[in-house]
Every structure is written in structure tokens, then in C-alpha cells.
Design a protein around this ligand. Structure first.
Ligand code: M6R
Length: 608
């Protein structure tokens, strides 16, 4: 989704804005632009395309020179990607950049037209906000912003400059994320910390309706009601290196390799005396023991981690777990009571639908638990309890390490819940926990042992138009993620099916040479899965089987076998995930795709 940056300081503002926007590229975008105060006037440069297109344009037409300004990468929502629809957008005296969606922009546009303000150049909702600010501007920026905030409906973060307030940047947020970075005599705004980490690790989190005024290298905050605010300064616990590729050709590959460390950093502080201990997250065995139903709600990969969580929690703790897609759950009038726990899983902590579910769940009185990677994100701040995953910044759009740490938290929760409910005794809980503690090493050796085979098998996938992922039980939950990973970055159509369901329709799709990737790590279901593999093989499928190193699988059933270490059945997802990630990665590389920034996708989906 769109990225916003802003700067006030002594450096070359254009350089800072472009460099900061580069760090937000992972969010996905189709155009870029900046507005900089140059000799007291606002100079705008914007274009459809990548940041390199913007830089090239500025080289040709002149680069705005100054020390204060705002910048933007746009992911089109209202209006096609084009020069004119790119941000910044301007009214007569106001120029803005915007992330989010203004739901009532048509009514506001009508209001402006009726009041003889019909100077619209673009198809965007953003331009309406720029014009509205201009309409109400009476020389007092804060009063004007507050007035407009009361009229806007939707989710948004804005960076604003007023032509008669040189060297000053205003920022405001409602739903969409925005932070304010504080450096030595310089200040920044950004949609996310990686944008500013090169300059400072210190930042403020802008809350709903709060306005920031950046001037003379310092920032002041005021509330929606105009009251001055003192805010807490946060410090990022990672540095620029963590957000760089570190010698890997792509962020995705780097992040796959970071999984052992991410898992270790996530689980180690949550284990005490060999048992899970989530008390620092506000979760005690007493709290976990009392819930009647658990709802896990999330989007995409995070939802798939929830699917694994369902199997593991139900198996061990014998509590009913419903997993749902946030965009569906929020509109289906769910049956929630005060005895229920709603778990929201989100890497970014800013996903619009997941956030809406959290708000809805809180209204019903159900307890809410967020499992979130980004510190201080909206979902983390609003939930009753939060377990932070410590994956560090995940830049590639395709989630890998964030999924892996979400899985490890699912296990910790399941173990603690099962113990709290008396379903497993202390020794069993200790034993399971000790297995989890071994995971960082096991994941590392899995990466090393399967990488060559995955690279080779990916060459067999690149010509496919369509493929299937199949599995049973936990393998089915896993295959959903394998299939998503593959389709989002390789652009090969892929679906995941419960292996036993194939005969009820989908098997008619199998044609000669169609790849079918079978995840077969659940020993108790192995024979049945192998029968399903043979059924597709008999109909011409090219079969790729992901199984453990001891699995006794008829070599006739599998064209290619990718073997991972053998663990307890319940823990197999922690290793079987690895080849699925690498298959997707190498298929995308071999097809020459933009692995880290797949087409049409955004890292953080902050609109519905
Ligand atoms: O930030 P979130 O975890 O809430 O994001 C949810 C999905 O948008 C995300 O997992 C998406 O499916 C990934 N890009 C898939 O790799």
C-alpha cells in the first residue's frame, strides 16, 4: 500500500525523501512523487512508475532543492496509475500525500463543486482532501486540519505542507500507520520505521486523530481537540543492517535464512524452567484455561499460521478453534461471548480487515490476543493482550520468517493451554517445549539439506500454467501456505486441496504433466495420502512429495521427493514449510520475476 515520508532538517530533502521511499518499496507501489520547499515555494516532482523513474525525471527536469518536504509511493486505489494520479496532490495553497482511502470523497467532492471549487485534475480521493483543506484554510493550519479531520470518513495518514508555512511539515493519522522520527536536529515522518532507520532509531507513534507539526528540526503534537501532547519516544531495537539484503540477492532468501534466529528470539524469552511462560504478554495459565471457544482471525499467510494453530490447539488442549478470514468474519455477525478468546495474527499489525475484527471483538466483550511482529502497531496497541513475534523487519512481500515465528507462538500457546486445562501433565509439556527449543537448529539444517533439490525441482515448475498442492490434516493446513507462496511470486495458478477431497471434483483438472505437490509429513495419515498421490499420478500428474527422511513411500508414486528431518508429527510444519518457501522462491527467480515485489501486491494491506 502507499508509503508516506516527510523531512525537516539540514540535509538535502530530496535525497532524504527518495532514500526513505526506497525503504518503503516493499509495501508495493506504482508511482512516486515528492514536494519540497524550494526558495519558499513548493516544488513538486511526480511520475508513474518506480522511484528510478522519478529520479530520472528529476535529473532531466531539475531536482527540487530544499530542506523540508513530503514524499509518497502510490499503490493505486482510486484512478489508474498515471502521472496525474500520482501524489503529491495540491489545492491552491496546500499540498498533501495520503495513505489510505477516503470513503466519503464523492460527497466531499460534490460539496466542493457546489462551492465553486471544481479544479480537479485527477481521479483520486486524495485530491479531494487537498482541495478541502484549501477550502477551509484561513491561515491557521491546525484549525484547518482539525476541521477537515471531522469531515473525512475512512482510513488515512496524511503528510501536509502549506505554501505560506515554509520549512514546516504537518502530519495526521486515522487508522493508517504513521510514525514521527526524531534525529539530531532533524525530524521525519514515515509509514514505517525502515524508512528512517538510516537516520535515527528514535520515533514517536502517532495515535488516532493526533496531529504532528515538524519545524526547525523538532516536533510538536496536538490532539484532535487542539490540546498540546507529550508523547513517549520509542527506540527501534534493530538497525539498518537488519533491513538490508546482507549479501543475499533478495530479501525473501535472506528472510528464509533468518528463520532459525527469528524462532530462537521469539521463543527463548517465553520459556521458563522448561515450560512455556507467556506472563510477560499478560497471559497466564488461569486466563488460558477458562476460554470456551477460540477464534483465530487473520488474512493470507497469517491466517494459514492460524490453521496450523487450530490443529495443534484442538489436538492438545481439546478446545474448539475456529479459523476465519478477517474480511469474511467482520461481516458475518459472528457469535462471540465474554467467554471466548479472539486471536488476531498479523505481521504488520496494520491490516485493515484484521484491525476491524479486533474492534468488533472488543465490542462483544470477548478477550482479544494479538500475535504481531511490528512493535507499537495498531493491532498490538489495541488488543487486550499481545505476543510480539521477534522476526525483525520483514521486507519481502511474500511472508516467510513471520509465518515461521507465528507457528512457533501457536505451539507455545497450545502447549501452555493444554497444560492449563490439564490435558497434558508437566512432564509432557516440558517434553514438547524441549522439542520446540531444538527448532532453530533443525530449521537451519533443513534449509541446507533441501536447498539444492528445491532449486532443481523449481526448474520443472516454471513451464506449468497451473498446479495443485495437496495434503491431509496438518499437511493440508501447510499446503495452503505453500500454494499461496508459490502463486504470489511465481504467478503460476495454484490451489491447495485436502487430499481426500480431490475425488469430489478437482481430480478432473489433472492432465499430463500437471505438477501436484503433495505434503506428506503426517505419519498417521501417510498411507491415505500416498493413495491420493498415486491416484493423481495414474492420471498423468508430475508428483513432488515433501515427506520426512524416514517415510516409506513407494518410489513409483513420486517423480521427485524432498525429504526433511523427521520430528514429532505435530511439529512437522516447522520443517516442511522450508521446502515450500524455497520452491516458490526459486520458481520465481527462474521465471525472472520481481521476487520481493510481486506485481499487484502490497506488503501491508491497510485498506479493505
Ligand atoms: O501483515 P499481515 O500479517 O496482517 O498481512 C496479512 C497478509 O496480507 C499477508 O500475510 C500476505 O498474505 C502475505 N504477503 C503473503 O505472503
Amino acid at each position: 500500500m502507499c508509503g508516506i515520508v516527510g523531512y525537516v532538517g539540514r540535509r538535502d530533502c530530496t535525497d532524504v525523501l527518495v532514500s526513505a521511499l526506497t525503504k518503503l518499496e516493499y509495501r508495493g507501489y506504482d508511482s512516486a512523487g515528492i514536494a519540497v520547499f524550494e526558495n519558499g515555494k513548493i516544488a513538486v516532482a511526480k511520475t508513474k512508475g518506480r522511484l528510478s523513474d522519478l529520479t530520472a525525471k528529476m535529473e532531466r527536469e531539475g531536482k527540487p532543492k530544499g530542506h523540508a518536504g513530503i514524499g509518497h509511493t502510490r499503490w493505486a486505489t482510486h484512478g489508474e496509475p498515471s502521472d496525474v494520479n500520482s501524489h503529491p496532490h495540491s489545492g491552491r495553497r496546500v499540498t498533501i500525500v495520503h495513505n489510505g482511502i477516503i470513503e466519503n470523497y464523492k460527497q466531499l467532492k460534490q460539496f466542493l463543486i457546489e462551492n465553486e471549487r471544481d479544479e480537479f485534475l485527477s481521479d483520486t480521493d486524495t485530491e479531494v482532501v487537498a482541495q478541502l483543506l484549501d477550502f477551509y484554510y484561513d491561515g491557521n493550519p491546525i484549525r484547518c486540519i482539525r476541521k477537515v479531520l471531522h469531515e473525512l470518513r475512512g482510513s488515512f495518514a496524511l503528510g501536509i505542507v502549506f505554501a505560506d508555512r515554509p520549512e514546516t511539515v504537518y502530519a495526521v493519522r486515522c487508522e493508517s500507520p504513521l510514525i514521527v522520527g526524531q534525529g539530531q536536529g532533524e525530524v521525519f515522518i514515515a509509514s514505517d520505521v525502515p524508512a528512517i532507520i538510516k537516520y535515527t532509531k528514535d520515533y514517536y507513534l502517532l495515535e488516532q486523530g493526533e496531529i504532528a507539526v515538524l519545524k526547525n528540526g523538532a516536533v510538536q503534537f496536538c490532539s484532535l481537540h487542539g490540546r498540546m501532547l507529550e508523547k513517549e519516544l520509542h527506540t527501534a531495537d534493530w538497525d539498518e543492517d537488519s533491513a538490508e539484503k546482507g549479501g543475499y540477492p533478495h530479501y525473501m532468501l535472506k528472510e528464509i535464512h533468518e528463520q532459525p534466529v527469528s524462532v530462537k528470539t521469539t521463543i527463548t524469552p517465553r520459556i521458563e524452567d522448561g515450560l512455556p511462560d507467556l506472563s510477560e504478554c499478560g497471559i497466564t495459565p488461569e486466563t488460558l484455561g477458562k476460554f470456551q471457544n477460540i477464534f483465530i482471525v487473520a488474512c493470507g499467510t497469517a491466517m494459514h499460521a492460524g490453521m496450523v494453530g487450530k490443529y495443534v490447539i484442538e489436538k492438545l488442549a481439546r478446545v474448539s478453534v475456529t479459523v476465519d478470514i478477517a474480511s469474511e468474519f467482520r461481516y458475518r455477525d459472528p457469535l462471540l461471548t465474554t467467554n471466548d478468546l479472539v486471536i488476531i495474527i498479523s505481521q504488520s499489525g496494520e491490516t485493515a480487515d484484521s484491525k476491524a475484527v479486533l474492534t468488533l471483538a472488543k465490542k462483544t466483550g470477548a478477550k482479544t490476543l494479538a500475535i504481531v511482529n511490528v512493535k507499537g502497531s495498531s493491532i498490538a496497541r489495541e488488543a487486550d493482550m499481545v505476543i510480539y513475534t521477534h522476526a525483525g523487519p520483514e521486507i519481502a512481500v511474500a511472508s516467510t520468517k513471520a509465518y515461521m515465528v507465528q507457528l512457533s507462538v501457536m505451539y507455545l500457546l497450545a502447549f501452555e493451554m493444554a497444560y492449563a486445562k490439564g490435558r497434558i501433565d508437566r512432564d509432557e509439556c516440558r517434553r514438547l517445549t524441549s522439542e520446540l527449543v531444538k527448532m532453530p537448529e533443525v530449521i537451519e539444517s533443513t534449509i541446507n539439506s533441501v536447498v539444492d533439490m528445491c532449486q532443481f525441482v523449481s526448474t520443472k515448475l516454471i513451464t506449468a500454467d497451473s498446479l495443485l498442492y495437496i495434503g491431509r490434516g496438518l499437511d493440508y493446513a501447510l499446503s495452503m501456505e505453500g500454494s499461496l507462496k508459490l502463486k504470489e511470486i511465481s504467478y503460476i495458478h495454484s490451489e491447495s486441496y485436502a487430499a481426500g477431497e480431490l475425488k469430489h471434483g478437482t481430480i478432473s483438472l489433472i492432465t499430463d504433466g500437471m505438477p501436484v505437490i503433495a505434503v506428506a509429513t503426517q505419519n498417521s495419515l501417510l498411507e491415505k495420502t500416498v493413495s491420493n498421490i498415486k491416484e493423481v499420478k495414474a492420471r498423468g500428474a508430475m508428483t513432488i512429495v515433501i515427506c520426512d527422511e524416514e517415510a516409506d513411500i513407494d518410489p513409483e508414486a513420486a517423480d521427485y521427493m524432498i525429504r526433511v528431518p523427521k520430528l514429532a508429527e505435530l511439529l512437522m510444519p516447522m520443517v516442511a514449510t522450508v521446502p515450500m518457501q524455497l520452491l516458490a522462491y526459486y520458481t520465481s527467480v527462474n521465471k525472472g520475476n520481481d521476487v520481493d515485489k510481486p506485481r499487484n501486491l502490497a506488503k501491508s494491506v491497510t485498506v479493505e
